[in-house]
Design a protein around this ligand. Sequence first.
Ligand code: TXA
Ligand code: MG
Length: 556
Amino acid sequence: METIYYDLRDTKGQQKEIEDKISAAAKILREGGLVGIPTETVYGLGANGLDSAAVQRIFAVKGRPQDNPLILHVTGAQWLPRYCADIPPMAYILARKFWPGPLTMILKRQPLVPDATTAGLNTVGVRCPNHPVTLAIIREAGVPIAAPSANTSGRPSCTTAQDVLEDMGGRIDSLVDGGPCILGVESTVLDLTCTPPRLLRPGGLPLEDMERLIGHIDVDKAALGTIEAHERPAAPGMKYRHYAPKAPVTVITGAPGASAREIGKRVGPTSGVICFDEYAHLFPKQVVRPLGPSEDKQIQAQRLFEALRSFDHSGVTEIYAQCPDNRGLGFAIGNRLKKAAGFHVLEADNQRVILGLTGGTGAGKSSALRALQAMGGTVIDCDQVYHEILQANAEFQNAINAKFPGVFNANGQLNRRKLGQEVFAKRDRLDELNEIVFRYLVPELERQVEAADGLYALDAINLFESGLDRLCDRTVAVTAPTELRVRRIMARDDIPEQYARLRVFAQKGDDFYRSKCDCELNNASESPDVFYREARLFFERLMESILEEKRKNAVG
Ligand code: TXA
Ligand code: MG
């Protein structure tokens, strides 16, 4: 069979020609043919979803197991009552917000939908894809298009028309090229026949986005990959080994630095590596497919399937893949990688240690932080992070401006001095400011330390008030006798004794820090060098005990 190719990558050109191609594709569908269609997620292999014989051909050319149902693609929520029964209001709420888009809803079916499409289930998956060409084809055909991903069953999904030709060329009637898929991972599959709704497959629409709209969603075991061989997943497709290149894949989870190091220990000359861009240089002898920056999950999703596919032409004998964390699109990316690996997943040994350092001015926190840096530690100055995110985040700025009008100048710069005066010696105003700052600062620091590997120190005056102490393996109070602090501040800042004293007494006393922290580093030395050495020794011992404890926990 010759596969007719319709190039519809550019839909701004000759309107007549475009309409003709769309009509031709729609006609093939109406007459029971198979058409490769572009969507924002991955390419689909489409047939008239109401035509049993046409749908059965999909199963045949894909080599798809008969018990794995197909998704019906429609042009909007107005099509739902035609094919679905007992539609809960939530379906319309979700459709209004997320359609067209990467969300497939599982609903009760109408008898009109054939068993071939639903694999005999009394439910049907429905989605409105966000691609103008495919929406036009469905509209023109006037029937819902049943379409699985256009890959041969078990292979990575297709994100370009070339991929579809590679898998399906000569076996389908037509292929519509709508350009590369923008998202790169399949839709999120959400079962709405139960309460609360249930996530059957993580996908292009993040779980968090849906939960923000409709509240809690249960996550099916199969979506997490913890299902046992004999169990029956709610989405039949989730049980098959999938997305798999020919060489076996091992997925390494954990902080990016740690997983990269772990892969480094394992690779040989014939290994392939999928890693974040930052780590590609660590594998000069291997075939490397950079997945994108570790911070950019959109790019990772776009490149994922192409990376998996490309190894089949490279002769590698094994593949190692770094895995993003589970947040946002990371859930879908990790799920596809793990499925490609047949759930052969290793957790990188995370050597991350986070210390929280706090204490009054003049006690020696800076010297202690220098000692930590000399040990290879990274210091996170929480006050600096606060000002960085404030610069970049208009919502944060607005929140402060609402409570403290006039502290930003005309070009959006914070007048720190003015804000300082506003809150200085006014307890409740300071609390108000802190409440806002902590709300934005803590999630950002959580994100930073989660990606961290190695030794980190959070330098935070308000370590406990902010709740940042909860991120730390240990909190350390840096303390010193009051008279020593006064003299150090006088020397350091070149100010008279009276001011230095005022500064010390305006702050919380050592007793506060001592009572809150896990341990105390007391700086009673006249000599900075002596204290620096003491601090170094103190932290080395502390590290030993923390790592020992982590080792025990990992075994136990
Ligand atoms: O993004 C996508 O969803 C792409 C594009 C082409 O739209 N399609 C896609 O289809 O990924 P497919 O067939 O590869 O995956 C559909 C998944 C399978 O895991 C299937 O088991 C599940 O959805 N599914 C379909 N109908 C279902 C139903 N009635 N109940 C439970 N799971 C269902
Ligand atoms: Mg598929």
